[in-house]
Ligand binder design. Structure first.
Ligand code: FES
Ligand SMILES: [Fe+2]
Length: 342
């Protein structure tokens, strides 16, 4: 699949805590190997992991303060990518530099902007203040051999819980009785909302509700381009206007960043502890990942729309997210064409 990414967007590159105090973090993002490191003032840099001399990965070199010294012939680069030293001459050949991009730390995550630097406005980073909650969380990352849009399909259409997550989420058929809506908000986010009033509680919550009692449940997934999602979950005793909660309301990030056209980084959080770890492992490793990767294999490099997918009412929000991304792609392609014509 020819990768065509929307460039002028914030993509999550890593959790801040993944970046070592010394040294660098290397990660392929949008098909390109990159290195990320922490600067002495506490900010971050992201550079292409490729020296412009003989194309050695710069991550095979070493740090010299905020600079990177190539491990092959010693060209030295500043955090903005400019070559600042040639050990064999007083002169650095003009325009010797590696690519660098804007990168911002927010909510414990690092966001980078692979597009035009002057358009990188940090106020466009989606609101993930849910990550600032005081409760302890484990910040995790997993990997899937699938295009990121198949993962968006999965998350924006949670009806699959009734089939794929029977053992873990035990939704007890609540989604079949629920109402789904797809909406858009003023930030440009697409929402995929499930409202399941007066339903049987999930299997794991049955003991928290009086015998035969009903609950109102909601599952609301928010999507920002390219694939930065947040899931808000709640369960209240039926008919209490979402007030008398059975469990505290939960909010979790599901942030996907393409590694390549057919593989993706998946950033998530979970509660600490062995039970939550085992649950996350089962959901990812035994349920979602095998299915999403099988979808990727079944699709190969075919275009999603060319294959004329059946559209169900429950996947309206997933479709909207795909359409919005396609629109952004077209807009960028249009701008690029215009620039070439000028
Ligand atoms: S490859 Fe980096 S200095 Fe030669
Ligand atoms: Fe799932």
């Amino acid at each position: 699949m020819a990768a065509s990414y929307v460039r002028n967007l914030w993509y999550m590159a890593a959790w801040e805590e993944e970046v070592p105090q010394e040294g660098v973090l290397t990660r392929t993002l949008l098909d390109e190997p990159r290195l990320i490191y922490r600067l002495s003032d506490g900010s971050y840099a992201i550079l292409a992991d490729r020296c412009p001399h003989r194309f050695a990965p710069l991550s095979r070199g070493r740090r010299d303060g905020d600079r990177i010294v190539c491990g092959y012939h010693g060209l030295t680069f500043a955090a903005d990518g400019h070559c600042v030293r040639n050990p064999f001459s007083d002169r650095v050949p003009p325009n010797t530099q590696v690519s660098s991009w804007p990168i911002v730390a927010r909510y414990g995550a690092l966001w980078f902007w692979p597009g035009e630097a002057e358009r990188a406005d940090p106020s466009l980073i989606p609101d993930f203040s849910l990550l600032d909650a005081p409760a302890p969380i484990v910040r995790g990352r997993t990997w899937m051999a699938a295009n990121y849009e198949f993962i968006t399909d999965n998350l924006m259409d949670l009806s699959h819980a009734e089939f794929l997550h029977i053992e873990t989420f035990g939704t007890n058929g609540a989604l079949f009785d629920g109402q789904h809506s797809a909406t858009k908000d003023e930030t440009g986010a697409v929402w995929s909302n499930w409202w399941m009033p007066a339903t049987r509680p999930p299997v794991w919550a049955e003991s928290m509700v009086p015998e035969g009692g009903k609950v109102d449940q909601w599952l609301e997934m928010r999507w920002h381009a390219p694939a930065s999602m947040a899931l808000f979950i709640g369960m209240a005793h039926a008919g209490t206007d979402r007030q008398d909660l059975v469990i505290p309301a939960m909010a979790n990030p599901h942030i996907i960043t393409p590694e390549t056209a057919t593989s993706s980084h998946y950033f998530f959080t979970r509660e600490p502890g062995e039970r939550a770890e085992a649950m996350a492992r089962q959901v990812f490793d035994e349920e979602d990942r095998p299915m999403i990767e099988a979808v990727q294999r079944s699709m190969g490099d075919k275009d999603f729309w060319d294959e004329r997918p059946v559209i169900l009412n429950v996947d309206a929000a997933a479709v909207r997210a795909r359409r919005r991304l396609a629109q952004l792609r077209r807009e960028e392609a249009g701008e690029a064409a215009l620039e070439m014509a000028e």
